[in-house]
Design a protein around this ligand. Structure first.
Ligand code: SAH
Length: 403
């Protein structure tokens, strides 16, 4: 059967010619032939030229996502399986550091809207696009085959599904119900991960390298003469950076989060590792906590600010910028001379240059002197497709206070 065709308006082929994988509804002139939700369509320029094979999403403003640009390629079960196997194989070298890994990262791995994470003996998947949903069984079969792991849990309950007109789904797809929580070991630290109810698929896998950096910075501070480093971890969630700092030799740790559930799991995680540092867990709003800490006269040698996404879209950039400025300004005021600040934004709508400007403004207003030592990002299991800059969401800066 001849596949349906999605015809673009004149001039709208430019981004596809540069291999950008997304087609918005505003670029579409018409669809010819029968195209069900998730069906593969041939994308054509207004002059009839073939451009790409794409998955059709009639309910979404993101109307189609490209599988590939080669006209001779068949988009079939073998194609899907090959992409999954390749994605898994590319990450093999990371398995030594951790048994929490992102195995498939959507567009970056040529599988738009499909995310798969491994936590020890469980796979957790998110099907966030109509095309991925149409290939659900084949994707999961391939994943089980590529990993040899037979337990699959579905967390397709993110807001992106709504925008695609897909219902939220969650639950066991293959094998057995996950332990609550699942234990993973990352750089020899134990973390419990609640894949059923946690954020994303349960854990911020993307921060692995930055957790290691926090551990190294804490160790560097601990090796210097003087007191054991005092660490403040804001938006601590289940304690990722807190545990990393403790493993590095932090003497005192204060972790803040407004969620009682997150703090309970963080404390459970703390107990799993038998750390001896003094740990305080504060259930509070970080915006308030930073001000209160200043009033209390507290000072820290290492501060992590890893908030939730403040800008959900381009419409929220200004308000989000003010929020980032506020926490960075008030965080910097608590930083000891020589101390480190790791500050993050996971808002896709705020790019790294804007984020750096916001933080520079906070440094200025805090009346401290600080150097930027590094830019930070997600780990290698969260690659960025060079033709799809929208895929870059997590960005961070490592600053050191010098005066
Ligand atoms: N840094 C974490 C991930 C942060 S997720 C990690 O590495 O694992 C964002 C966290 O911020 C969530 O746990 C959420 O409960 C918390 N949060 C959101 N808004 C907050 C606020 N205003 N004050 C304190 N915590 C907040």
């Amino acid at each position: 059967m001849k596949p349906a065709e999605l015809w673009l308006k004149p001039g709208k082929e430019k981004s596809l010619l540069r291999r950008h994988p997304w087609i918005y509804d505003t670029a579409v002139a018409r669809v010819t032939g029968r195209a069900e939700a998730g069906a593969t369509v041939a994308v054509r320029a207004a002059d009839g030229r073939y451009l790409a094979w794409a998955a059709y999403a009639p309910a979404s403003t993101l109307r189609a996502r490209c599988w590939g640009f080669d006209e001779t390629q068949r988009i079939d079960v073998d194609f899907i399986a090959a992409r999954v196997h390749a994605a898994v194989a590319r990450r093999a070298h990371l398995a030594a550091d951790s048994d929490a890994l992102r195995l498939v990262f959507g567009e970056a791995d040529g599988l738009p809207g499909f995310v798969a994470d491994r936590y020890a003996d469980w796979l957790v998947v998110q099907l966030q696009a109509t095309g991925a949903e149409a290939w659900r069984e084949m994707l999961i079969d391939a994943l089980v085959q590529a990993t040899g792991c037979g337990n699959v849990f579905d967390r397709s309950d993110s807001a992106t599904r709504q925008r695609e007109g897909l219902p939220a789904t969650s639950g066991v797809l293959r094998g057995v119900t996950p332990d609550a929580p699942i234990e993973v070991v990352e750089h020899s630290i134990r973390y419990g991960v609640d894949v059923q109810r946690g954020h994303k698929t349960g854990f911020y896998i993307d921060q692995r390298d930055n957790r290691l950096l926090v551990r190294q910075l804490a160790a560097r501070l601990a090796a210097a003469p003087g007191r054991a480093p005092r660490v403040l971890n804001c938006f601590c969630y289940t304690g990722g950076f807190s545990l990393a700092a403790a493993a590095g030799g932090a003497g005192e740790l204060l972790s803040v989060d407004s969620s009682a559930d997150a703090l309970a799991l963080a404390q459970d995680n703390w107990a799993r590792n038998g750390f001896t540092a003094a740990a305080e867990w504060r259930g509070d709003d970080v915006f308030d906590a930073l001000r209160a800490l200043r009033d209390e006269g507290r000072v820290f040698d290492l501060i992590v600010l890893d908030p939730p996404k403040f800008a959900a879209s381009h419409h929220h950039v200004e308000r989000a910028a003010r929020a980032y400025k506020d926490i960075n300004l008030n965080g910097l005021r608590l930083l000891a001379p020589g101390g480190y600040l790791l500050t993050f934004s996971c808002s896709g709508a705020i790019d790294v240059d804007l984020f750096q400007k916001i933080v520079a403004g906070a440094v200025f207003d805090a009346r401290v002197e600080a150097q930027m030592l590094r830019r930070l990002g997600a780990g290698e299991d969260h690659p960025l497709l060079m033709t799809h800059p929208e895929g870059e969401y997590l960005k961070g800066l490592l600053l050191q206070r010098v005066g």
